[in-house]
Structures are given as C-alpha cells and as structure tokens.
Design a protein around this ligand. Structure first.
Ligand code: FAD
Ligand code: DLZ
Ligand code: SF4
Length: 518
C-alpha cells in the first residue's frame, strides 16, 4: 500500500516536505483541478490558467523523473469538485496506508484538511510548510510577548537568522537595517526600464487558456497578454533577467509610477514564488551577491530582500495569527460598496484607470499602485473591507488569501485597528503626483482642493481624517495633521467635506456577480 501525497496548486516544488525524501515506488502524488477552488471567488482568467498550467507542467516534470502522479483534470467527468471529495476518490483508487500533505497556505483549505483524519479511514499526516523561513510556531513565539507587532523588528530577526546582508560584527551591512529613504525617487528622473521576458504559451498552457475561456468566460480580466512563467526553468529565466537588467534601479524607483508602464524595475516574480517555482531565500542570496559584485546598490538589494524575508514572511505569520477574525475586521466601520469602476476601469481618475487597466490586462499591478492608488482610494472613500478583499483576491495572479488579506485588511484598510501598521496609509493627490506622471494629463486637477474639478483624493483625504479624528488624533505619527485641519477654519473645512460628499454621490456601486457566483 502506497503513501498518498496530495500536492496543492501552490506547492509546486520537488523540495516540498511531503515529496523530498520519499521513495518513488512507495508514493502516489495526487494533484487536483477542482471547481470549488477555481470559483470560491471568480479569479482573474489569467490566474486560473496560470495555476492549471503550472500544475500540469509540474505533474509532467514529476512523471518524467519517475514519480507516479495521479492528476485529476477539471473536466474529468467524475471530478468531485473539492479537495476533500477528490482525496476520498483517490483513497478508493489507491487504498493508501497513509496520507501525507503539507499544510495549506489558506485558512479555508487548511480547515478542510484538518477534518480528513475524522473523515477518512487512514492515517493523515499534515507537515509544516518549510518553504517559509519562519515557521508559524516561531512567528507566534516572536509575537507572543510584544505589545505591538512591527515588520521592521521581525525583519531584523530574519536578517540575523539568515545572515543575509549582515557584516561580520553582527551589524547590518552598510550600517543601516533599512534604506527605504533612498527608495523614493520620482519617475521624472533617468528611467528606461527594459521589458521583462514574456513566455510564449506552449501547448499545455494553450489548453488551459482554452479551458478557462470555455468554463470561466464571465470571470474578470483578459487572457491576451498571458506570458507568465509556468515552469521552474521559465521562472529561473525570469529571475535571471531581473538580476541582470533591473535590480540596479529596483530600489531607487520602487515607489514610482508611470502611465502605461506596468513593470518598471520590479522583479515580477511573485506569481512564481507563490506557486513554489522559486525559492525566496535563494533569490535574496542572489540579491546580496549582486550587491557584493557591485551590480546593485545597497538600497536595491536591501529593498528587495526586505520585501521577501521581511514583508512576505511577516504577513504570512500575521495571517495565521489573526485568522479567522481578520476576514471580518472592520475597525473603521467602512460600509461603502465597491464602485463599479474597480471592475471596468471606467473612471476619469487617471491613476486609478491606469492601475485597473494593468490589473485587467496583466492580472498584475505593482506594489505602489496596489497600496497608494487602489488601496488609498479604498481607505479614504471608506469602502467595505469585505468587498475590497474579494476584489484583490480575484484580480491578481499572485493572490492567495494568506498574502492578500493582511495586505488588504490590515495594511491598506486599517480594518484590524492597527495591529499591522502604525498608521493608516492615507494620502492626498499630492503623494500620487510626486510619485507618478499621472496627474499632468488627468481630467481632475491635483492642485485644486474643493472646486468641481479638484482631485477627489484631496477632499476624500480630509473627510477621512475628520471622520476618524477620535481614533487617529492621539497617534504621534498623525496627530499634528489636525492642527493644519483646525487652522483652515470652518468654511474651508465644510467646502472639503461638501466636495467629498458630492464626489462620493457620483460613484456607481459594483453590480453583483463580479467577485462571486450567486
Ligand atoms: P517586487 O516589487 O519585485 O517585490 C519582490 C517580492 O517581494 C515580490 O515578488 C513578493 O513576493 C514580495 N513582496 C513585496 N511586497 C510584499 C508584501 N507587501 N507582502 C508580501 N510579499 C511582498 N503580493 C502577493 O504575492 N500576493 C497578493 O495577493 C498581494 N496582494 C497585495 C495587496 C495589496 C493591497 C498590497 C499593497 C500588496 C499586495 N502584495 C501581494 C504585495 C506586492 O504588491 C506584490 O507582491 C508585488 O507587487 C508583486 O510584484 P513583484 O513580484 O514585481 O514584486
Ligand atoms: C487558486 C487555485 C485555483 C484557481 N485552482 C486550484 C485547483 O484547481 N487545484 C489546486 O490544487 N489549487 C488551486 N488553487 C489554489 C488553492 O485555491 C489554494 O490557494 C491553495 O491550495 C493554498 O491553500
Ligand atoms: Fe489621480 Fe488626482 Fe492625480 Fe487625477 S489628479 S491622476 S485623480 S491623483
């Protein structure tokens, strides 16, 4: 009797704890395309095609290497539609002596797996996902006795743990832990980002694209630009291109935004990392090497490393510590429906229109668009966390709830009441104007405050500050903003609030059916 090893769609590495060390003649690897996962939200078409294609390629790679793989396609007539249903069928087929599975990335899936020992008449072993540098128990130990959790403190632990960018005396390389201040160049300077490699869909990918068009034709987004890496080889080529051509300016222009330019100097590796095609720590070591070889300045190498062993690990620990409450938190009592333009891109706000266009075409927008354009608008317009969470989970090819939810609920919406971030990331149009070339050609005027054509971010910002004064005034990082507000006087304040309300009145709420099937 073999061991049955279910491998989930984002566990695509032979180094997985459930595959590594197993013998081939004693193991059946089970991979499942299931309806429930493809539709629990109506994922962007590229996201489903990417996951299915990467799964099929990985199954073929395992088979070529001599493993027995039982691969269930979505169109299998007996497909039970869920992981649990498919594992039950596989138990019938293979009569395994035990099941070994690596813990799921997402709460919903892990809940289902934890019911397996009661459901199935065979032993179930759930293994730690050691593709993460920080295990969940290590994160909880770190978090346990702290009044506040801050990424920066956690990140330093991860730097010490790995020795990445550490000098021999235990101090950080270059003397500072964090070079973020050097990572805010405006895009008006010398920018000429080279195009990232796009990978021509092969036969397997084309089949997945056709399947998605056929079964999920009403989902958001276009498949036209599909060029994601779907194998480890392709992902490595994508990483090579980043380290050869873009890492040098990654840091400097990390927060920059340019109309019509979707990748800039970003690595575009999140889809591959999250699927398991690339190892994040290995990527950090390559960034460190680029710095040591004089190919990347320290602010680029450190900035990249911080995103991976800092933010990425931190949000994962945070997710598991605060689920399931994190999903329903709404500390700022934000209730406004998501506007329809988040789905259509039809808005005169040029920053939002361009970010949504990229989202639709590429199933991707870069970090500062997600944070300071789409996220900032959602925060200061008071959009409902549930609806915003669904939107982010649907639209990005790299979106899995463990990484999406902390970024959305906690980082952009402050719905957790400040467990993750020390203050809400609220900003007026001025910030977007400084970091982009969006405003110069926008229907709205970024320098106007309360007039009819004034940038909506300006009045929404003050409306947000005014509404949440009780909560925010005592925050040392925000409090002084209220003296500016008070100095304006009542008439000006009222003009801001009126302008914000009249703008909000123009927003059409999203129609049902974009994010979830009825
Ligand atoms: P780069 O800019 O090249 O960064 C390098 C890597 O660092 C990324 O590939 C990613 O793995 C990691 N990283 C960077 N920032 C973060 C972060 N805040 N949290 C976790 N990892 C990070 N990332 C996802 O992978 N999936 C998501 O669903 C997701 N949702 C987001 C939602 C919001 C509201 C925000 C503000 C950020 C979100 N991010 C998410 C983080 C980040 O925006 C993307 O990882 C990044 O844009 C991916 O592009 P890249 O690979 O070119 O990243
Ligand atoms: C997102 C996704 C989709 C669309 N489809 C599948 C699938 O058919 N089979 C699968 O194994 N995984 C899929 N996934 C990823 C899962 O929803 C989920 O994110 C991971 O299992 C992590 O918990
Ligand atoms: Fe966005 Fe305002 Fe600038 Fe227009 S003026 S692009 S709405 S920040």
């Amino acid at each position: 009797k073999p061991i049955l090893v279910p491998v989930l769609g984002d566990q695509l590495t032979r180094d997985l704890a459930s595959i590594r060390g197993r013998t081939k003649d004693d193991t059946v690897i089970l991979m499942m395309e299931v309806w429930d996962e493809a539709t629990y939200v109506k994922h962007h078409k590229q996201k489903i095609a990417l996951i299915f294609s990467a799964m099929r390629h990985f199954a073929a790679e395992l088979e070529d290497a001599g493993w027995t793989v039982d691969y269930v396609k979505l169109t299998d007539p007996d497909n039970a539609g869920s992981f649990t249903g498919e594992v039950a069928r596989a138990i019938e087929r293979h009569q395994p002596r035990a099941i070994q599975i690596v813990e799921a990335g997402e709460w919903r899936v892990q809940q289902a797996i934890e019911e397996w020992p009661d459901k199935f008449d065979c032993e179930v072993e759930i293994l730690t996902d050691d593709r993460f540098l920080c295990s969940l128990s290590e994160f909880n130990d770190w978090a346990e006795n702290r009044k506040t959790l801050r990424m920066e403190h956690f990140y330093r632990e991860m730097r010490r743990k790995t020795g990445i960018l550490m000098a021999d005396d235990g101090k950080p390389e270059g003397g500072e832990w964090n070079y973020d201040e050097d990572n805010r160049a405006s895009p008006k300077e010398d920018m000429d980002p080279p195009a990232r490699p796009l990978f021509e869909p092969d036969e397997i990918t084309r089949e997945c694209i056709d399947l998605v068009e056929e079964k999920f034709g009403d989902h958001f987004g276009s498949l036209e630009n599909f060029g994601w890496p779907v194998t480890r080889d392709e992902a490595e080529k994508a990483a090579d291109a980043f380290f050869a051509e873009r890492i040098e300016k990654f840091g400097k222009f990390q927060d920059a935004m340019v109309y019509g330019q979707d990748d800039l100097y970003h690595s575009m590796l999140s889809t591959s990392i999250n699927l398991g095609l690339l190892d994040p720590v290995e990527l950090c070591r390559r960034a460190e090497q680029a710095y040591q070889d004089g190919k990347a300045p320290i602010n680029s190498a450190e900035g990249f490393i911080r995103q991976l062993i800092g933010w990425r690990e931190y949000v994962r620990g945070f997710y598991w510590r605060f689920m399931p409450d994190l999903e329903s938190n709404n500390a700022l009592n934000a209730q406004r429906a998501l506007p329809e333009f988040y789905w259509t891109g039809e808005t005169d706000m040029r920053c939002l229109a361009d970010s949504i266009r990229s989202t639709k075409e590429n199933a991707h927008a870069h970090h500062i668009q997600r944070l300071m354009v789409l996220g900032n608008f959602a925060l200061i317009a008071g959009l409902s966390p549930r609806e915003v969470q669904d939107w982010y989970l649907v639209v990005y090819a790299d979106a899995y709830q463990w990484v999406e939810l902390p970024n959305v609920a906690a980082m952009i919406l402050y719905a957790d009441g400040g467990k993750l971030a020390s203050k809400p990331y609220a900003a007026s149009g001025n910030y977007i104007n400084k970091m982009s070339n969006y405003c110069s050609d926008c229907t709205y005027s970024v320098s106007k405050k309360t007039e009819e054509n004034a940038c909506p971010f300006n009045s929404l910002y003050w409306r947000f500050m005014d509404r949440h004064r009780d909560r925010l005034e005592s925050n040392p990082r925000i409090g002084r903003i209220y003296s500016n507000w008070d100095r304006m006087g009542e008439e000006k304040q009222q003009a801001y609030l009126d302008r914000a309300e009249s703008f909000l009145d123009t927003l059409e709420p999203a129609q049902d059916g974009w994010a979830r099937n009825d």
